[in-house]
Design a protein around this ligand. Sequence first.
Ligand code: SF4
Length: 470
Amino acid sequence: MLSKKSKNWVSLVPYGLNQQHPNAYRDMAEVAWENRDNLAYAWRILRDGCCDGCALGTTGMRDWTMKGIHLCAVRLNLLRLNTMPAMDWRLLEDVGPLRKLSERKLRKLGRLAVPMVRRKGENGFTRIAWDEAVQLIAERLRGLDPRRVAWYITSRGLTNEAYYAHQKVARFIGTNNVDTSARVCHAPSTLALSETVGCAATTCSYSDWIGCDLIVFVGSNIANNQPVATKYLCYAKDAGSKVFLVNPYFEPGMERYWVPSVTKSALFGTRITDDFFQVHTGGDIPFFYGVMKHLIENGWVDREFVAARTVGWEDIERKVARELMIRLPDKRVLDSKECCDDCIEKSLASIQTIRAILIDKQVELVQVHDGSLYLLIEFMAEGVRQFLTITEPLSTPPSPQRAARRFKPREEYFAALEQLRFHLHSCLQQVAKIAEMETPKVAAFLRSQQEWEEAQYLRPKTRQPILPER
Ligand code: SF4
């Protein structure tokens, strides 16, 4: 019988040589070759330095999560930035020929080790002394209004110390206009995280992965973006964790990976994802509503956990009710009795919009689908559904039976529209109570000032009033 660990193997062909995947050993050999003129220094950076590649973080080639080597291609590819020798600065005296070089070749020319300046009209740069360079920069900065100065700092390749020094200089000069590409990268996630989980960063450590029950990746491809993470996953899989992936595309690297520094994985590979859920782009939100619905229906929600760690679970009805009160009142269908040439087409379009909003809001209410608001929306949606069936004969000639009854589709349509308006307004009055907003004003012709017959809207099975006691 296969052990739990060997069940995660991909194939018995060593290093998956018959399969397509990145070849980490070849990449390492290429990096060693690229740094051959400064190998000792390169090794010292790897052994003693911290990684300037991403925020995962290392000390030398170790981290604080797992045993063994922590190293990835990103860091190896950045090595050359630190080991490359100084370029021949004379090449910059005429930049014309350099224009023909590719970005890669330009980078390989080396580091600029001396200060140079290019003045207006000159073909290239002229070497100057350090004192002259400092003087030139200082004069320019002194002549500027600090409020109109901005500092922008890139991310990859800079250390925390460099960031610290930059912002200190910016403040010394008198500006707080300091921005970083890290801010641009992470602004959406930090905002979303702080609004949802209340903290602008992750709430767990990578070490929590190893041995947990389930890890769910949503729209994420760590095998490409953060290959070291596949090593944590390899350990997690060995410890019995399951991995689910929700993504439009099943990345081959998320399906299986050969972790070069874990012997077993390097030989037999590791199956990463246990279950893949292919959603359409933007389909993750409906997917999770569906998951929530399933969890709730099966009673798998740990209510105590939710109550202790979240807010707003109960407020969702009020929030959705408020949105309905703002979005639903559609001028043409709900507030107007005017008739125009394309009156029917316009009101049908409005009703379709209302229907889409209602469906949308029902999805949002999945966790309280046994609540009053969900039921009210269902009433409204049902009214719309029935109304739309009335409109069908408008586009088709009446049947002989209807013709015999002198069926007049337009008249039936307007009569039904008035009923629908009355029905929607009546429902909206109840929605307004849940939203704790004022009852919408209703035109006299809708006759909806008449008393709301609450008995019509009792829960079908229990016959209890739909409105909660507040
Ligand atoms: S994942 Fe790669 S780039 Fe990021 S810290 Fe680790 S070695 Fe550096």
